[in-house]
Ligand binder design. Structure first.
Ligand code: PA5
Length: 355
């Protein structure tokens, strides 16, 4: 297996990227506490919204919502804080939702490396966290997610998030020494199977994110779900025939802090339902604080998805199918529609937008 793959280098930078992302977020202005926090974005740029929602589930009295669509829900309005996230700055769904948020008078902040979104924010005087270019969007997760934590703390959604992020950087750094070997061991067990990842609590969207990394990096189908929900429907599917189930492997995300009822559900599911799958693996979180725990599972799981790509002799960097669809979509009317919307903003707010 190629140990010095280009993609791996980005993940080895995560501890530094967390600290750099905190630094880059310092420029954000002070904002008042909103009644709703909505994150708009797609794919690797959207997941930070879900991670923040799970992280603050027990702390924030402000609902957190991720919009992965062209249009914002009707209930996003002037008292909402909208964070527009697009690594490239050119994703059409995000641009469309951004223009809606601007028109509705939402408070806006953007996280991007540039593109049309970067240009628009400069023109419209929307505060921006500018992140470095040159990463594949998913490998830039600390840059796309940590600024949301900083902002969350700034607007009073929760305390101590910046501190947790600094601790996460330290924990991740300590993991780097042995992570490649651990990730390889996981990947070897996943070869030839469809990984299904199960989380709970703060690990619900961590499970979903890992599923997307097996899709994008390893180029395999993969699915995610969480406890206790999966015990009320999905679990019955594991009663299926052996020839079908042996195509799957299950990754259970575990934590020393898991509540008793979740621990019991994981054990029961393993005993009664998962005996026919090819492999059952566990990824245990590291660290004391929730953010450290989430980031530690993400780092190991994501590096495992790259190791799986290398074992399968596919390039973890390339996402050919996403690129093809984006290219075809550019030819259709949506891009033209967004362009019209942006030009309308240009007329109304007297800004110059070069498209
Ligand atoms: O990982 C990827 O490349 C994708 O999931 C992208 O993040 C997604 O297509 C959105 O693009 P962007 O992050 O540039 O807005």
């Amino acid at each position: 297996m190629e140990d010095h793959n280009e993609m791996l280098k980005f993940y080895f930078r995560w501890p530094d990227a967390i600290l750099d992302a905190i630094q880059r977020s310092q420029e954000l202005p002070s904002l008042t506490k909103p009644s709703l926090l909505a994150v708009i974005g797609m794919g690797g740029s959207a997941i930070g919204g879900d991670l923040l929602r799970d992280l603050l589930y027990n702390q924030s009295d402000v609902p957190i919502y991720t919009c992965r669509d062209y249009h914002l829900p009707a209930w996003v309005g002037p008292n909402s804080l909208v964070i527009a996230v697009s690594y490239s700055g050119n994703t059409e769904e995000t641009l469309m939702a951004f223009s809606e948020a601007f028109k509705r008078g939402c408070k806006l902040v953007a996280i991007t490396s540039g593109g049309i979104l970067g240009q628009l924010c400069t023109e419209l005087k929307v505060p921006i966290v500018r992140i470095p270019k040159g990463y594949p969007p998913r490998a830039a997760l600390p840059y796309l997610f940590i600024p949301m934590c900083v902002l969350g703390e700034r607007v009073g959604l929760a305390k101590g998030l910046i501190d947790q992020a600094k601790k996460a950087a330290k924990t991740l750094r300590s993991m780097l020494v042995s992570i490649r070997e651990k990730a390889k061991r996981i990947a070897k067990r996943l070869v030839g199977t469809i990984p299904v990842i199960y989380g709970f609590g703060i690990f619900k969207s961590v499970a979903y994110r890992l599923k997307t990394q097996f899709n994008e990096n390893s180029k395999v189908p993969s699915f995610a779900n969480w406890f206790p929900a999966l015990n009320h429907d999905e679990v019955v599917g594991w009663e299926g025939e052996e020839e079908l189930l042996e195509k799957f492997s299950v990754i259970l995300i575990r934590s020393q802090d898991e509540p008793l009822e979740i621990k019991r559900r994981i054990e029961l599911t393993r005993e009664v339902a998962l005996h026919k799958v090819s492999e059952i693996l566990e990824i245990w979180s590291k660290g004391k604080t929730p953010l450290e725990q989430m980031m530690s599972v993400l780092l190991l799981g994501e590096i495992a998805s790259i190791c799986l790509a290398l074992l399968r002799r596919v390039d973890p960097l390339k996402v050919r199918t996403i690129d093809i669809i984006k290219k075809h979509m550019l030819e259709l009317q949506f891009s033209e529609d967004i362009r019209r919307r942006l030009l309308k903003l240009q007329g109304r707010y007297k800004v110059t937008i070069t498209l």
